[in-house]
Design a binder for this molecule. Sequence first.
Ligand code: ZN
Length: 868
Amino acid sequence: MMKSLLHYLSPFTLFLLVVLASCRPIDENKYLEEGVSKLLATYRNATIRDVSYRLSFNIPDTKEKPISGHSIIEFTLDSRREPLLIDFRAPEDHLESLTVNGQTLPAEIINGHIVIPGKHLRRSYNRVETEFRAGDMSLNRNDDYLYTLFVPDRASTAFPCFDQPDIKARYHLTLDIPPGYRAMSNSPASDIDSTGSSIRIRFSETKPISTYLFAFAAGRFDLIEKEIDGVKMEMLHRETRKGYIENNAEEIFRLHLSSLRWLEKYTDIRYPFEKFGFVLIPSFQYSGMEHPGSIFYRASSLLLEASPTLNERLSRASLIAHETSHLWFGDLVTMRWFDDVWLKEVFAGYMADKIVNPDFPDINHDLRFFLSRYPAAYSVDRTRGSNPVIQQLDNMKDAGSLYGAIIYNKAPIVMRLLEQITGEDALQQGIQVYLKTYSWSNASWDDLITILAEVSFKPLEEWSRMWMREAGMPVIMTEVTGDSAGYMIRFSEKDPEGGVRHWPQTLKAMVITPNDTVTGEIIAGDRNSYITVPEMPLCIIPDISGMGYGTFLSDSLSMKYLTDSISTVDEPLLRGVVWVNLFENLINGTIRPLAMYDAVFRALATEEDLQLRNHLAGRLSDIYWNYLSASERTEAAGEAETFAWDMVKSASDRSEQRTWFTLFRNVALTDTGISLLKETWVRGELPGGNELSEDDLCTLSLVLALKGHRDWQSITDAQRLRITGKDRLARYDFVLPSVSPGGSVRDAFFNTLHDPVNREHEPWVLEALGYLHHPLSADSSLRYIPASLEMLEEIKSTGDIFFPGGWISATLAGHHSPEAREMVEKFLEENPDYPADLRLKILQAADHLFRTDFNVNNTAEQPQKSVN
Ligand SMILES: [Zn+2]
């Protein structure tokens, strides 16, 4: 029985038992430090329960006026051994009054906490009442709307709370809003009072949810309500352009409903929350955020243009399925601590793939999974800044750094490997047990793996350790031995960190000889695992299944064979696998950029698969700008433009035509090409009458300025007048200086970014940085690198979770010079105590700069020349 008891205690409970059992006092510095330390969270989780918040906010009619708030927190306390800490990360004067169990106490904030000594508390029911001014940091206040975004630990910037995922609470929210405003929150409005000068909305009590999931939005929104198949849905939006709502609303509701129904069936749990709603927010920081009852989306992710590409339709369906999945995975059952945040993300991604597939029967879904996950996961996992799926987190204030390509892309890959081991049915069964066991509560990865091992009868510990707790990926190379009597092909596995780590996985290798093609299952690094063939191989592909994960470096013979004849491979998934692996070879210097560029260029003309064509079009632009030398690019430009424009003219449908036009816009570099861009902008449509959207025209005008068209000033002036809608004009005006040919205008723009107020619209900033640091401007934007590195730490403290990584990637991606590398190296050298999470982000973003020394086949030539 001992085993089963320990078995069901979480690592946190075990840790707490140790802490409580030892008579040593708690480490006060850690307990009281800024943010929510793991120590504080563990103690609070063990001693606080049955929490509810009665919250009210008074929202004024302009964003300059303060938002006043009132809160009553009720809870049961099991220990008064330590002072009670309530998190409130606002300036001192924002806490106006504090009453604990009827007794008025001094309203003080220490290190972002309200500290209540044990003597004022009861070892039972407690009531803490505060009046406060809400901190604006996570309220995203705009002229006529605002919305909360509290993930991962930002609720405490707005109101006093226990800001950790494993203290779930019920919320009773009251909002006072100006006339003309609408509002949405997690639960339905139960009561609306209108007094003339304001509207008071009371929302009904929520189910128990974590602080990061509590949300509301209020402002001048339009409301659409819909009931399909007995499910009521509501949507708030601010779209004013003609056709966007008409063309999309129906599909948005339909996709939500079909995701919801699918999840109910898969999990065997009815939709757990009181209502189902979503808010479409212009320039929302993420594609979507899964607040129960009130999912927030970036409006442009759902409101597609008139002839959306297949990719856009797929991405939208996936996004809706992803966010809806979170209502079970993340909202109903939540991680105990944010180190397991990847778990909710991987489930949402895994479910989204399963949900979306039946809606797109014409799509090769294995190829889609491969193309959407592997390159993105590799882009981080190949770098010195990579991190494991499960990362250590000592304090909630660093939780934002956990997010990135590893949890969004590698974790789903690993999940699929897990499904391969357990089987699909056992996995579903395990997930149902997990969700039912931990409903309205919290669970960790170890809780799940314990259940899965039980239902599948498979030992999963070593597998989990290697794939979940180790960073990086194996380097796999082929070894051919033998002579005319026969050849033996083995696959070596190298730990990129120089260690002896082995990643458990089975590969499906293919060996092509002049007269035969042989496939076989192999384990890399195992001397007893090999393939034999009678003739010298022409080409060896270490994995054709699309499941293998690692850097697969090819020998020169295979490389030649593949670049020459990849178009003759029948199976699209295999072509995808080969292209992705060839790109990794390019990055590792085993294939020259020009050879790779030529191969992609030739393949694009004949590739029939739409997904692969989109992938290759993106790769072609990437290689063109980031791997070819300036002279190689100049030489390639004319042919690339002619090709892309011919494809634009001959495209068989509108979305295909837009894909080709995007390629044309990216590669256009000659005077002829740039004139053609201008003519297209003037006409506002593509050949055949395919009208360009307002966003397309905005981008086109900015690209014309970036590429130095002599009329850039009159073009952008005219474009400003064409823009309908305040939000879009504000964005355009924000980005415009970043493409100015005037160095002083760009300098002035960059300087404005020092002020956090000017970084509030993060997608705008990232778009502007992309132009500012475009390879065409890289010489003159080098000077912004040191300051951008300096600002990163502050950006982490003021920006949202994806912003530090986005900021540094957008800054460095277009640079390929030794000077840029020296700047990064110097910064890292001069800051040896720099926060580890940000150091990793820099190493990820600068990876291409550290790889400029690779030699091709040990010749003296450098494959990756500077483009400057
Ligand atoms: Zn998610």
